[in-house]
Ligand binder design. Structure first.
Ligand SMILES: *[C@@H]1O[C@H](CO)[C@@H](O)[C@H](O)[C@H]1NC(C)=O
Ligand SMILES: *[C@@H]1O[C@H](CO)[C@@H](O)[C@H](O)[C@H]1NC(C)=O
Ligand SMILES: *[C@@H]1O[C@H](CO)[C@@H](O)[C@H](O)[C@H]1NC(C)=O
Ligand SMILES: *[C@@H]1O[C@H](CO)[C@@H](O)[C@H](O)[C@H]1NC(C)=O
Ligand SMILES: *[C@@H]1O[C@H](CO)[C@@H](O)[C@H](O)[C@H]1NC(C)=O
Ligand SMILES: *[C@@H]1O[C@H](CO)[C@@H](O)[C@H](O)[C@H]1NC(C)=O
Ligand SMILES: *[C@@H]1O[C@H](CO)[C@@H](O)[C@H](O)[C@H]1NC(C)=O
Ligand SMILES: *[C@@H]1O[C@H](CO)[C@@H](O)[C@H](O)[C@H]1NC(C)=O
Ligand SMILES: *[C@@H]1O[C@H](CO)[C@@H](O)[C@H](O)[C@H]1NC(C)=O
Ligand SMILES: *[C@@H]1O[C@H](CO)[C@@H](O)[C@H](O)[C@H]1NC(C)=O
Ligand SMILES: *[C@@H]1O[C@H](CO)[C@@H](O)[C@H](O)[C@H]1NC(C)=O
Length: 425
C-alpha cells in the first residue's frame, strides 16, 4: 500500500490527465501534525508535487508516504513507514492529498535519463582491441562492489573488471590477451556474468557450452553446469548458453540455453538442471521460446522475464507454469520500431519497482517500460540510427541500472560501455 500526502503552501488543484492514475488521489486533510524522521528514505529536490508523488510510487519500492512542502529545501520527503493523517502538521491553507494503491502504473514521466551518454569503459571512439583499455564486443555487464563493472568481453574471450570511469580494465577470468580456449583458464565467447555478494563470478561461456564459477581473484575457474566443449540438449548439457540470472536468496541459477530455446534451472551445487521454460523448439507459441538471450529472475512473482531475440518480445514465465504470458512486444513475434514493438531484444533488467529496461539491439536503443505497460519510451540511443556519437548506440546488447537508476549500457558494436545519468524533475 502506498500513501501519499502532498503538502503545499498554496491551494493546489489536481487535474487528472488522461494518462495519469494519480486521479485516484482522494481525501483532503487539513492542519495535521507530522513529525516522523525514523522512517525517512530520502529527501529530494524536485519542482512539482506530482514529481514527489511519482518518485515515491515509481522509484522507491519501500516508499509508502511522500510529503511535499514547497517552503522547505529539499521539498520532497519520502518515508517507508505508514504515516497516518494524524501525524501531519501543516499551516493554514495547506491541502494534503492522500491516495492508497500499491503502484502508480501510469504516472507521467517526471524523471528521466540524460540522452547524452558518457563512455564509462572502453574507447569512446569505438576502437576495439585486446589492450586493457579496449573491448571487442562487450556483451553482458554486472555491477560489482566499490563502483566496479564486470563486463563479458565477448570476442576477447575474457571477463574484464573496470572501476567506473577508470581508463583501464583488469582481466578477472579468461586470458588477458584475448585468446580463446577450452580449459579452466581459457574461455570461448563468454556472454554474461552475475556476481554474488563477494564478487565471485558465475558466467556463461557460450561456445564452450558451459557455466563457469570463478572465485573473486582466482587464477582459474570451475565448470559448474554443462560439459566443457560438448553441446547437447540433455538436462546436464547446453547449446550456446547466453543469459544467466541468479536468485541471491537461494543461489539457484537460471541459464538461457539459447540455441536449445529453453531456460534451465540449476539448484545450488546441482550437477544437472531442469527445464523451467521452453524446450519445445524455436517458435512464437506460448510454450516455446526463440533464441532467448537475456533473462532476469523476478522474486516478487517467482517468475522469469525472458527476452526472445528471434520473436522480438519479452515474456513472463512463472516457475512451474507450462507457458508464458506476454509482457512487451508482439504476441506473434513481429519486429518493429514503434513504442510497443522491439527488434531483437537481448538484455533485460528489472528495477526494484518492477519497471523494465530492454536492450532493443536491432533498433539501436534502450527502451523503458513502466511496470504493467506495453508502451515504452526510448531512454538511450536513436531508433533506427546506429552511430558513434554520445547520444547514439550501435547494437546495444545489455542494460543494467545502479541504485540511483543510472544506466550502464553495453554498446556492443561500438566496443564501449556507456553511462546515462538519471535525474528528477
Ligand atoms: C519534532 O521532533 C523534534 C525532534 O524530536 C522536536 O524537537 C520537535 O519539537 C518536534 N516537533 C513537533 C511539532 O512535535
Ligand atoms: C529504502 O530503499 C532504498 C533503496 O531503494 C534504501 O537505500 C533505503 O535504505 C531503504 N530505506 C528504508 C527505511 O528501508
Ligand atoms: C502517527 O500517529 C500515531 C497515532 O498518534 C502514532 O501511534 C504513530 O506512532 C505515529 N507514526 C509516526 C510515524 O510518527
Ligand atoms: C487550520 O488551523 C488554523 C489555525 O488553527 C485555523 O484557523 C484554520 O481554520 C484551520 N484550517 C482548517 C481547514 O481547518
Ligand atoms: C547530460 O550529460 C552531458 C554529458 O555529460 C552533460 O554535458 C550535460 O550537462 C548533461 N545534461 C543534463 C541536463 O544533465
Ligand atoms: C591503460 O592501457 C593502455 C593500453 O594497454 C596502456 O598504454 C596504459 O599505460 C594503461 N594505463 C594504466 C593507467 O594502466
Ligand atoms: C563517472 O563520471 C560521471 C561523469 O563525470 C559522473 O557523473 C559519475 O558519478 C562517475 N561515476 C563514478 C562511480 O565515479
Ligand atoms: C595468450 O596467453 C596465453 C597464456 O599466457 C599464451 O599461451 C598464448 O600463447 C597467448 N596468445 C597470444 C596470441 O599471445
Ligand atoms: C556448495 O558447494 C560449495 C563448494 O563446494 C560448498 O562450500 C557448499 O557448502 C555447498 N553448499 C551446499 C548447500 O551444498
Ligand atoms: C529433464 O528434466 C525434465 C524436467 O525439467 C524432466 O521431465 C526429464 O525427465 C529430465 N530428463 C532426464 C533425462 O533426466
Ligand atoms: C521504422 O520502420 C519503418 C517500417 O519498416 C520504416 O519505414 C521507418 O523508417 C523506421 N523508422 C526509423 C526511425 O528507423
Amino acid at each position: 500500500m502506498a500513501y501519499l500526502y502532498l503538502l503545499c503552501m498554496c491551494y493546489f488543484i489536481w487535474t487528472p490527465s488522461a494518462n495519469a492514475s494519480l486521479s485516484t488521489i482522494g481525501n483532503v486533510y487539513y492542519n495535521m501534525s507530522y513529525n516522523s524522521t525514523d522512517t525517512i528514505i530520502t529527501r529530494l529536490t524536485v519542482k512539482y508535487q506530482i514529481t514527489c508523488a511519482a518518485q515515491c510510487a515509481n522509484l522507491f519500492a519501500n516508499c509508502s508516504t511522500a510529503v511535499f512542502d514547497s517552503l522547505t529545501t529539499p521539498q520532497c520527503s519520502l518515508y517507508s513507514g505508514k504515516v497516518t493523517p494524524e501525524n501531519l502538521t501543516v499551516s493554514m491553507n495547506t491541502i494534503v492529498y492522500d491516495f492508497q494503491q500499491s503502484k502508480l502504473t501510469a504516472t507521467p514521466i517526471l524523471h528521466g535519463w540524460n540522452t547524452t551518454g558518457i563512455t564509462a569503459a572502453g574507447a569512446s571512439d569505438g576502437s576495439g582491441g585486446t589492450a586493457d583499455n579496449l573491448f571487442s564486443q562487450p556483451y553482458g555487464i554486472a555491477l560489482g562492489s566499490f563502483d566496479s563493472l564486470y563486463i563479458a568481453d565477448f570476442s576477447n574471450n575474457r571477463i574484464q573488471k573496470w572501476l567506473i570511469n577508470a581508463s583501464n580494465g583488469t582481466t578477472m577470468a579468461g586470458l588477458f590477451n584475448g585468446t580463446a580456449g577450452a580449459s579452466s583458464i581459457a574461455l570461448n565467447l563468454p556472454a554474461s556474468v552475475v556476481l554474488d555478494s563477494n564478487d565471485n563470478m558465475y558466467f556463461t561461456d557460450r561456445d564452450n557450452h558451459r557455466v563457469v564459477y570463478w572465485a573473486n581473484g582466482a587464477s582459474s575457474g570451475t565448470t559448474i553446469a554443462g560439459i566443457l566443449g560438448v553441446p547437447g540438449s540433455t538436462n546436464n548439457t547446453f547449446y550456446g548458453p547466453c543469459g544467466i540470472a541468479r536468485d541471491s536468496s537461494t543461489g539457484t541459477l537460471y541459464i538461457a540455453d539459447s540455441f536449445n530455446h529453453r531456460i534451465m534451472q540449476y539448484l545450488l551445487n546441482a550437477s544437472s538442471g531442469t527445464v523451467v521454460a521452453g524446450g519445445n523448439g524455436a517458435g512464437p507459441g506460448t510454450t516455446q521460446l526463440a533464441y532467448p538471450y537475456g533473462l532476469t529472475f523476478d522474486s516478487s512473482t517467482n517468475s522469469l522475464l525472458i527476452a526472445n531475440a528471434q520473436t522480438n518480445n519479452i515474456v513472463r514465465w512463472v516457475l512451474g507454469a507450462s507457458s508464458w504470458t506476454l509482457v512487451i512486444g508482439s504476441p506473434t513475434g513481429l519486429s518493429g520500431n514503434t513504442s510497443t514493438l522491439l527488434n531483437q531484444p537481448i538484455g533485460i533488467t528489472l528495477d526494484p519497482m518492477g519497471n523494465i529496461y530492454v536492450a532493443d539491439s536491432g533498433n539501436h536503443r534502450i527502451q523503458f517500460f513502466f511496470a504493467g505497460q506495453f508502451n515504452g519510451i526510448t531512454i538511450a540511443g536513436v531508433t533506427g540510427s546506429p552511430g558513434i556519437s554520445q547520444s547514439q548506440l550501435f547494437s546495444p546488447y545489455w542494460v543494467i541500472v545502479d541504485n540511483q537508476l543510472n544506466l550502464y549500457v553495453s554498446d556492443t558494436f561500438n566496443n564501449r560501455v556507456q553511462f546515462f545519468s538519471h535525474y528528477l524533475i
